[in-house]
Ligand binder design. Structure first.
Ligand code: ATP
Ligand code: MG
Length: 420
């Protein structure tokens, strides 16, 4: 018989580590939910064209990383490589920008797919929690999103992350800068691919990770020296609001990010314990995206945080999340009659809100107690025929080892009080 393995670049989330993933997703979304963001879920695949228009023809995501397929009906689809284009598509399609007050604030959580070269922290299937605020141009909104991400990381106990901040200008000043940058780049010694990139998306060349390229970029013109007055003032306000909220940032004039649609505020969170896959999250303002996918002008801002890399960052810092034990009480019956009686108690305990498990499979006492210890439960309930005849069960505190009989009709009450 063949056995199967998870596809290259993917991995399974299994207990007990999977509990950390769930907790990370919750910790990232909790600040959003307290700030008026509503939950949105979109399909795992979309029309290829949504991404080629919405993410950008010249991006790595669209040119190299998309999983595309032709359906039996002839539709060209792609597994979603990112969330923003889908969320905006859904907001437009469902007229959220018409029925509600602007901005429309949405958060999401899900799986994303990119055909990448798998390495530590870089997978072909990964998980993001994201947020988008659609339809308002207000520096406080950019600041709000950044602060919510910082608060999420802090609530997890992360310390070694940094916020990199830049402005990419707008449709007034960006084209002027773009031309100046192109002039500069055309004079450099670059390979053919990179030369082609100068003509399609020159800002992306700044993002080149190769040292030989970075060296030549030393004297490159920077967007921050070309910002128009409006963009400069906007960026100043974002920075002031962040500082007032106690959020530290580093100006990174070369931060351009991989997606074509960003304007003005652009940011990335990096973690210093992750080696080369250091970006744990990123985002920015995308004032032109709605029009690029056929909608009205809707200036917007958003971010996506990587769940996988956030979990790796927790590991790198040695942070152990305080997760409630999955099982609080473990029941161990001795004999057939006790099995029936204790199973009833287990059901009652669960209905009373106490996380309870049971020694299944007819194990002997020794093995059953091992399972009880392994389950992480604080209490074991043990009962044999003699206990039942006396109308009691033995309640054992697995931490102290103390054991005492408790009346069967009192046990749910007692454990509910203890488990609280
Ligand atoms: P990178 O520069 O590492 O390729 P990116 O700019 O492509 O990141 P985004 O598209 O901004 O990443 O996605 C936001 C976050 O999602 C990233 O900061 C990262 O934490 C996570 N992420 C992106 N691609 C992957 C991947 N292939 N595997 C795991 N996490 C990923
Ligand atoms: Mg990438």
């Amino acid at each position: 018989m063949t056995t199967f393995q998870a596809p290259k670049g993917t991995y399974d989330l299994i207990p007990p580590e999977s509990a950390t993933y769930l907790a990370v997703r919750e910790a990232i979304s909790a600040p959003l939910q307290r700030a008026g963001y509503g939950y949105i879920e979109t399909p795992g695949f979309e029309s290829v064209e949504l991404f080629s228009r919405g993410v950008g023809e010249s991006t790595d995501i669209v040119t190299k990383e998309m999983y595309t397929l032709t359906t039996k009906g002839g539709d060209e689809l792609a597994l979603r490589p990112e969330g923003t284009a889908s969320v905006l598509r859904a907001a437009l399609e469902n007229n959220l920008h018409r029925v509600g007050n602007l901005p429309v604030k949405l958060w999401y959580s899900g799986s994303y797919y990119r055909y990448e070269r798998p390495q530590a922290g870089r997978y072909r299937h990964f998980s993001q929690v994201g947020a988008e605020a659609i339809g308002a141009e207000d520096p406080a909104l950019d600041a709000e999103l950044i602060i919510l991400a910082v608060d999420a990381y802090r609530s997890l106990g992360l310390r070694d992350f940094r916020l990199l901040l830049n402005s990419l200008g707008d449709k007034e000043c960006r084209p002027v800068y773009r031309a100046a940058l192109q002039d500069f780049l055309r004079g450099l010694e670059l390979d053919e691919d990179t030369r082609a990139r100068i003509e399609i998306n020159p800002l992306r060349v700044l993002d080149d990770k190769r040292e030989a390229v970075q060296k030549q970029l030393a004297g490159a013109p920077m967007m921050r020296d070309h910002l128009c007055e409006a963009c400069k003032a906007y960026h100043e306000q974002v920075r002031d609001l962040l500082s007032a909220a106690g959020v530290a940032y580093e100006d990174d004039p070369k931060l351009v990010r991989g997606l074509d649609y960003y304007t003005r505020t652009t940011f990335e969170f990096v973690h210093d314990g992750l080696g080369s896959q250091s970006a744990v999250g990123g985002g920015g303002r995308y004032d032109g995206l709605s029009e690029m996918i056929g909608g009205p002008a809707l200036p917007s801002v958003g971010w996506a945080l990587g769940v996988d890399r956030t979990v790796l960052a927790l590991k790198a810092e040695g942070v152990e999340l305080e997760l409630p034990s999955a099982t609080q009480v473990f029941a161990v019956p001795l004999g057939e009659e006790a099995r029936r009686a204790l199973f009833g108690v287990v059901t009652e305990l669960r209905r009373a809100g106490v996380a309870t498990d049971f020694a299944y499979g007819g194990k002997g006492l020794k093995n059953a107690m091992k399972s009880a210890n392994r389950s992480g439960a604080r209490y074991a309930l043990v009962a044999g025929e003699r206990d039942l005849a006396e109308g009691v069960v033995q309640l054992k505190d697995l931490e102290t080892g103390e054991q005492s009989p408790v009346a069967l009709d009192r046990i749910v009450e007692e454990l509910r009080a203890k488990a609280r």
